[in-house]
Design a protein around this ligand. Structure first.
Ligand SMILES: C[S@@+](CC[C@H](N)C(=O)[O-])C[C@H]1O[C@@H](n2cnc3c(N)ncnc32)[C@H](O)[C@@H]1O
Length: 318
């Protein structure tokens, strides 16, 4: 008849001999309120980010140490190909920027003056709550709705609700009827009966690093936009994949990377294959040359878009 959700920490975390431990039911991954991203718990933050799906269909999924095998290999390539101490490297589509912070710390061992810029198209969500009522909408920055939270219910406003949950379906219909008021309040950042709050999608570890070390920065940026000034290296992991974009968009992404690199600059592109465990990072590393982008290295069979990038080079489009 209905499925309730997780909207407060007490439901998702138990204390085992004084140490908080997560106890997430995999069947409830789709009904965890994104409001819990505001809680002071890295474990809860990471769990939610791993399952968070944007309206574009692209997942935020990332996790600590995802590129623990890749970072040393890439750093070695940078050492062998770039001399500049004051280099600038970018991690595009970095989700919560946790792995960017890890890359920064490992890169600084070789290039102590390197600037590391982590970016993503979306760095935060908006929470519009009706004052005096336990009723909230979670929206993307442009107002696209992701969730409606009315304890004990947490409803996705993106995915269809199965017919065997008629109560959830009825509630979602009601939520949609009130959506425009929430969107108006979120746009103005205030509304007569509404309070509006930002929910950061940046991992606390990355936020702390950016706050204390000016060599690390988090910015908003789309992988389809060239940078205003060319940089030494760009990483685009788990974004420029055929599963997310068609060939035209992938070429546009490759062209944006090409236009954003200095001559001799390095592009790291690929996908993490999660199953079977252990996960593998299948990556191609390109170098910008006078002719375009040349393949420099390949790990675990390379990126799915390697051919598309190389075809673009011979056609002069990358
Ligand atoms: C699967 S995550 C990859 C995160 C990280 N790079 C990793 O591999 O662990 C994909 C990310 O791409 C971001 N994204 C989607 N479209 C984008 C765009 N046009 N430009 C930049 N980022 C985008 C999403 O917000 C999401 O955080």
């Amino acid at each position: 008849m209905y499925k309730t959700g997780i909207w407060r920490l007490a439901q998702s975390v138990r204390c085992d001999s004084g140490v908080p431990a997560a106890r997430f039911d995999p069947n409830q991954a789709d009904v965890i309120s994104y409001q819990l991203l505001k809680e002071d718990s890295e474990e809860v933050f990471e769990h939610i980010v791993r399952h968070l799906r944007l309206s574009s269909g692209i997942f935020r999924s990332t996790y600590a140490q995802r590129f623990a095998d890749l970072d040393p290999l890439v750093n070695e390539i940078l050492k062998n190909n770039l001399r500049a101490q004051e280099m600038e490297v970018h991690d595009w589509a970095a989700s919560d920027c946790r792995v960017s912070a890890e890359w920064a710390v490992s890169l600084w061992q070789h290039f102590p003056e390197a600037r590391v810029i982590a970016s993503d198209v979306l760095l935060g969500l908006k929470e519009a709550s009706l004052r005096g009522r336990k009723e909230s909408y979670i929206l993307e920055a442009d107002g696209t709705p992701l969730q409606y939270v009315r304890p004990p219910f947490v409803l996705s406003l993106q995915k269809p609700i199965p017919a065997h949950y008629p109560v959830n379906r009825w509630l979602a219909k009601r939520a949609r009827a009130g959506l425009v008021n929430a969107q108006n309040a979120a746009r103005k950042a205030v509304g007569d009966n509404w309070s509006v709050q930002e929910i950061s999608l940046i991992h606390p570890v990355a936020r702390r690093l950016a706050a204390k070390d000016s060599r690390f920065e988090v910015r908003s940026h789309s992988v389809f936009e060239a940078l205003p000034r060319p940089v030494h290296a760009i990483r685009t992991m788990n974004i420029l994949n055929p599963g997310y974009f068609d060939a035209t968009r992938l070429r546009a992404g490759a062209a944006a990377v090409g236009a954003s690199l200095i001559e001799g600059g390095i592009w790291v592109v690929g996908r993490t294959i999660e199953e079977p465990r252990p996960a593998r990072n299948c990556v191609s590393v390109f170098q910008k040359t006078g002719r375009g982008l040349a393949l420099l290295e390949r790990f675990n069979g390379g990126s799915e878009i390697e051919d598309l990038v190389l075809e673009g080079v011979s056609a002069g489009t990358s």
